[in-house]
Write a protein that binds this ligand. Structure first.
Ligand code: ZN
Length: 242
């Protein structure tokens, strides 16, 4: 993962002076975010990968709007130097800590999506998927339950239980070919895990990235701001999608 370089000092000046806001977002910050996250989205040159890249642009625009609104709200009643100090901390959270976690999540979602689609397209040869978790002290309970689960590619368990099931999820799926004689997980156990995991998994991860063709859920908090500004959100916040 390469580092994310951005001259935030100029941005903070512009926010403080009111030159940057929701109807005038920093295009370069948006473009850098999208470029950075799209590096995590690798896959074959097909329609799915294209749509996943597109979803990263939508996500990056919503992220830019959210952080600019958030940082702008810190400017009221404080000096420029004090504002810059506080803004720098918040900027770091968005563009270092969360960005890294978003990158890892995007990378897992993209490979899961490509793998699911390939298996689905070739299910005569690869009729089943096996879920693989890394088991250690950090394994989330929902992933622990899914470890070694084997089910048909069309089984409803894959609607909400493909990796990632949480931020920084390290799980994946493996496709099994039709000659593989390992037993499938029983239907009873599949439905039990599905019900338990439905209680555990955040709504942010309850979707199948191959079926919905998105990397991040539409329920992600970055999209909240679009509810207050539907016209701007509909126009991707005035930000270009190549
Ligand atoms: Zn996991």
């Amino acid at each position: 993962m390469e580092s994310f370089k951005y001259n935030s000092d100029l941005l903070f000046d512009a926010i403080y002076k009111g030159k940057v806001g929701l109807s005038n977002l920093p295009v370069n910050l948006y473009k850098k975010t999208a470029k950075f996250l799209n590096k995590a989205v690798t896959g074959p040159a097909d329609e799915l990968t294209k749509n996943l890249h597109y979803s990263i642009y939508i996500f990056s625009a919503a992220k830019t709007a959210t952080q600019i609104a958030d940082i702008s709200s810190m400017a009221d009643g404080v000096s420029l130097s004090e504002f810059k100090k506080r803004a720098a901390v918040r900027f770091h959270t968005y563009n270092v800590d969360w960005l890294e976690s978003e990158f890892i999540t995007a990378n897992t979602a993209a490979s899961t999506a490509a793998n699911y689609k390939y298996t689905q397209d070739n299910k005569e040869i690869f009729p089943r998927l096996k879920s693989i978790a890394i088991i250690d002290q950090y394994t989330a309970p929902e992933c622990y339950r899914m470890n070694n689960v084997i089910a048909d590619v069309d089984d409803p368990i894959w609607n909400h239980n493909l990796a990632p099931r949480h931020f920084r999820c390290r799980c994946r799926e493996e496709r099994l070919d039709r000659y593989d004689s390992t037993n499938s997980t029983s239907t009873g156990k599949l439905r039990y895990i599905q019900a338990e995991n439905d209680k555990e998994i955040s709504p942010l991860f309850k979707f199948n990235p191959a079926k919905e063709q998105i990397i991040f859920s539409k329920k992600h908090p970055y999209y909240e701001i679009g509810k207050e500004h539907p016209t701007l959100a509909k126009q991707n916040w005035g930000l270009p999608i190549p």
